[in-house]
Design a protein around this ligand. Structure first.
Ligand SMILES: [Ca+2]
Ligand SMILES: [Ca+2]
Length: 218
């Protein structure tokens, strides 16, 4: 039986390691449980406000803690993150679905967000690229104005005649930098073209109340 002694010792050591790990894991709420508890409060609040809300957990910035989406489909969307032991609101009832606002999207794990807005049935299209800043909600870093009509009379408005005259017009793009980082025109264009080339995902809620609560309580 002495041949089994090293195996017995190995099993004992393994059992000890498992005990230590379990002990740590149950020693108090892990950071994971903390964000879940905090998000449950937010979900409860939104669901009480309107039971049409849809939710989702998405990792927009790869910090290991998912962000919470609370979306009233076609009306407005809110986004929350959990940092420094508290919920931080990144988008507070941001409207979409009307007045040419197509809604919001993000590049998973990159921490960048996008909104597009059209004016005059798409004659002018604005694209805003945003990120999380030191405090407050998401803020715009860069934006682009796409002008898709020839403004013959220069009043900034697309008239019927101008839209008709612009059918084959390719459009022009104006690039704007709202960051503190100095950039040449070509650097700015390159940066923004890089953003346009990313794989964007729609920032929308897909889970009903029961499904999100199940996820948060698991
Ligand atoms: Ca995150
Ligand atoms: Ca005009």
């Amino acid at each position: 039986m002495t041949a089994n002694k090293p195996i017995m010792i190995a099993i004992l050591i393994l059992a000890l390691i498992v005990l230590v790990i379990v002990g740590f894991a149950t020693g108090g709420p892990s950071p994971e449980d903390l964000y879940k508890e905090a998000y449950v409060q937010v979900v409860e609040q939104y669901h009480a406000e309107n039971d049409e809300y849809k939710f989702d957990l998405v990792d927009t910035d790869a910090d290991g803690v998912p962000e919470l989406v609370a979306d009233l489909p076609g009306f407005h969307v809110s986004l929350f993150t959990y940092e420094d032991g508290a919920v931080r609101c990144l988008m507070d009832h941001w409207p979409y679905g009307a007045m040419g606002n197509a809604g919001y999207s993000y590049v998973p794990e990159e921490g960048i967000y996008c909104n597009t807005n059209s004016d005059m049935a798409g004659a002018i299209r604005y694209t805003y690229f945003m990120s999380k800043h030191e405090e407050g909600e998401l803020a715009t870093d860069y934006w682009v104005e796409a002008i898709n009509f020839i403004d013959l009379d220069g009043d900034g408005i697309a008239s019927e005649e101008e839209l008709e005259a612009s059918e084959d017009f390719e459009g022009t793009l104006e690039y704007y930098n709202e960051t503190d980082v100095e950039m040449s025109e070509s650097e700015l264009k390159e940066t923004i073209d890089g953003y346009f080339g990313c794989d964007w995902e729609e920032l929308v809620g897909i889970l009903g109340y029961d499904s999100i609560m199940k996820k948060l309580n698991s």
